[in-house]
Ligand binder design. Structure first.
Ligand SMILES: C[S@@+](CC[C@H](N)C(=O)[O-])C[C@H]1O[C@@H](n2cnc3c(N)ncnc32)[C@H](O)[C@@H]1O
Length: 266
């Protein structure tokens, strides 16, 4: 199901070359089992993208070559069929495409208007060093910055790192720092953070992600996932509550009820 963050009109104006802007990690996350014909047609028309993928994400080089070969074996396609193939792929990866071409597309989404007290009321942030993982356009980080000593935003997308820095400058936030990194490999020493916050990120590799967040959290510190899950008892919920995370519910405007989770490191 599409996220529909990008309007049809905006999507029609984004060239397929937007895939050249993606990060290595994003290219590595492409699902090799899906959209073979669309990839085939698009890469046949833009073979330099195969070259760029191989340079940026060597793990995907063989897949990209395979898709190009598949494309060359497909029957000729008219301009409309090629356009449709490109739209299919841009829509399929519209979150990464939106971050890369215009972070404002994410930043304007109504669900980001959830009440920040759902986060700031969970613990005392005064004097604390906070690490926010997968910061996006800064929902969690900018909510806690006025309360804490410093907040370190970890964000793998270059365009969002730039957005965070520019937003901090615009809003005169002086205690916010921005770094490249991933939840499963944080660029900090053991026990660096009093509090880790993260929203809409946890869950692809739960064991590795949690182990890394706990490594970076001080004994007695907290890990807070907000939003950490949809409002249901799914695998992520059982994983977190079995370990001892407490949880609560809150509403994201236009996107329904979500869950937040928090754990004090023993
Ligand atoms: C849906 S956005 C959430 C942004 C923000 N935390 C919020 O709640 O609005 C997900 C963000 O996490 C980043 N991200 C995705 N996978 C990640 C990972 N494994 N580690 C760290 N960040 C990740 C993306 O680049 C994106 O900025």
């Amino acid at each position: 199901m599409s996220l529909n963050w990008i309007t049809e009109k905006e999507l029609n104006e984004i060239p397929f070359d937007a895939f050249l802007l993606l990060e290595e990690c994003q290219l590595n996350w492409i699902d090799e089992e899906r959209y073979a014909d669309a990839w085939g047609l698009a890469l046949r028309a833009h073979p330099y993208v195969v070259w760029a993928i191989a340079k940026r994400a060597p793990q995907k080089a063989a897949w990209a070559e395979r898709m190009l070969k598949h494309g060359k074996a497909l029957p000729p396609a008219d301009t409309q069929a090629l356009f449709q193939a490109e739209r299919t792929l841009l829509r399929a990866y519209e979150d990464w495409i939106a971050y890369a071409v215009n972070p404002e597309i994410y930043h304007r989404q109504p669900f980001l208007q959830w009440d920040e007290r759902e986060l700031t009321g969970l613990c005392d942030f005064a004097g604390k060093r906070v690490v926010d993982v997968g910061s996006g356009t800064g929902k969690q980080a900018f909510a806690v910055a006025p309360l804490c000593k410093a907040v370190y935003c970890v964000e793998p997308a270059w365009s969002l790192r730039r957005f965070l820095r520019e937003r901090a400058e615009r809003e005169h936030v002086k205690n916010l720092y921005v770094a490249d990194g991933l939840m499963e490999s944080l660029p900090f020493e053991d026990g660096f953070a009093d509090i880790i916050t993260s929203g809409h990120v946890f869950g692809d590799s739960p064991d590795a992600e949690l182990a890394e967040m706990l490594r970076v959290t001080k004994p007695g510190g907290m890990v807070i996932l907000i939003p950490g899950n949809n409002d249901c008892d799914n695998a992520v919920h059982h994983f977190l509550t079995d370990i001892g995370f407490a949880f609560g519910r809150f509403e994201e405007p236009g996107d329904g009820w979500k869950r937040k989770y928090w754990l004090t490191k023993g």
